[in-house]
Write a protein that binds this ligand. Sequence first.
Ligand SMILES: *Cc1c(COP(=O)(O)O)cnc(C)c1O
Length: 258
Amino acid sequence: MSAPAVEGSAAAAFRSVLTRVHQAAERSGRSPEQVRVVAVSKTKPASLLRQVYDAGHRCFGENYVQEIVEKAPQLPVDIEWHFIGNLQRNKVKSLLAGVPNLHMIESVDDVKDNFPERKVGFLQTKIANHVDRVVASLGRKPLKVLVQVNTSGEESKFGVDPSGCVNLVRHVKLGCPNLIFSGLMTIGMLDYSSTPENFKTLSNCRAEVCKELEIPEEQCELSMGMSADFEQAIEMGSTNVRIGSTIFGVRESKKKDE
Ligand SMILES: *Cc1c(COP(=O)(O)O)cnc(C)c1O
């Protein structure tokens, strides 16, 4: 519950973020239209999102399935939702059925081998395959996805290892007819201590993927950059920045973020 004084501030903060995005794009000789802003609204009430919507914005990001499924119906249908959180198999159907205006899943990765009991037949559990099947079974049109890459090497972080990137992208492109491979996404080191290296790694992954699979680079987005580092991300080629707290204010429970 936000205090009444907070009302109105999200729209103002959003406008100032847009200005900074435009300036960063221009500084690096890019057009501001090449950079999408995903307003990351997790934990924030629909009323705050509405402010930013009323300021003209249509792209919002959430990372908990239950939350997006509750919020989306309270807001206009022309919102383009991005799902940016870790996606568990058993939640895919609720997400896709509950959010008809879901525009993109940014966080497709490989199932991590943190379930030692699942050893054989493991490839069949790929999250991409599951999303692909559910899209088809619901009769939805093909869905845009990004492949999440773990550029920081942190154990707990989700995302495919950079060395497995080409294989997973190939799999999505060739083996998942109901998914539209649209690019790569990374979170990077949580304390931002190696942000430039993480962004560079993602950009190298794109170069490799595009070369190996003969994809024009313009057709492979880079989703990188959050509140603390989005300007740097844009200067390093980001096409999709995910900005939460700078627009909506700090979130209450830090723990839920990771
Ligand atoms: C929460 C979150 C963001 C936004 O973080 P801020 O630092 O608040 O801008 C971006 N990307 C992902 C994947 C997130 O979970």
